[in-house]
Design a protein around this ligand. Sequence first.
Ligand SMILES: Cc1cc2nc3c(=O)[nH]c(=O)nc-3n(C[C@H](O)[C@H](O)[C@H](O)COP(=O)(O)O)c2cc1C
Length: 317
Amino acid sequence: MGLSASPDLQVKLGPLTLKNPVLTASGTFGYGTEFLPFMDLGRLGGICVKGLSLRPRRGNPPPRTCETPAGMLNAIGLANIGVEAFISEKLPALRRHNTAVIANIFGETVEEYAAVAGVISSAAGVAAVELNISCPNTERGGMVFGCDPEGTRRVVSAVRAACALPLIVKLSPNVTDIVAIARVAVDAGADILSLVNTFLGMAVDLDRRRMALANGVGGLSGPAIKPQALYMVHRVCTAMKTPVIGMGGIMTARDALEFLLVGARAVQVGTANFLDPASSVRIVDGIRDYLVEKGIPDVNDLVGPIPGRAGPSDTGG
Ligand SMILES: Cc1cc2nc3c(=O)[nH]c(=O)nc-3n(C[C@H](O)[C@H](O)[C@H](O)COP(=O)(O)O)c2cc1C
């Protein structure tokens, strides 16, 4: 096989086709248009916008982010402008760009999730819904929907019934067995799975002798979580046929390629956007360069799973 000067980057994830496998991750890329000074948004496979709720939310008091070794913690508290304002104020400008707009949504009750899904699915120019199931259920004492099979089943079924768009369910890594939750999500109607959301974590400000985040606990992201995220993506991809979007600590094209090799069909870039706002397009270019260099004509040829066993108890330690 000769060198392919322009390898095929298009990927198909069930009902969703993307021009390339690189998306930006929800909560790290605003509503997309903030990044126009840094890139042509049309070069991205897709943009997952900040999580949207039925009504606007102010989120948690500051400090709500802090740096950690090889990562960051955030406890933004899902601050957002609300789904209606997104549709009227942000979506018209965003959908002018030739990229898939993915609406990340959440709610505090099953009804709220379904209501947001209903509103967003009637808006023109949204390619898919990404369901963030890492939200505390206020009706069940704050237990996170995605951390138990029954909560997952209820919320995914309700959103599926309310939404005709391709449905991506974004899994929490804060569970004992991610494959069990993934199966429930697919049985309840998910077309695509995305993983992982942030890992629960905490940081202490020793000089002020208090928690670094006003909220105490936060979500850990960035390179610190990449091995854990890769492992979870690998487990889901080997156990199931559902298309997966992988994420967690992707900073470079090589990181993204590792997720494809373990079975993800596409990736999302999150924390990297805070270091270099153009990192997502840099990653698109790097994936293309790798394919050219290796003489691989189509990015789909890379998608794993690669050989090697890694079950839940193979710690070897
Ligand atoms: C500041 C911040 C805000 C986030 N907000 C959301 C959100 O609104 N909805 C969501 O599903 N994930 C949210 N996430 C999680 C990311 O989309 C992503 O799953 C996670 O950060 C892991 O990827 P990374 O290591 O590349 O950042 C947020 C992450 C960060 C750092």
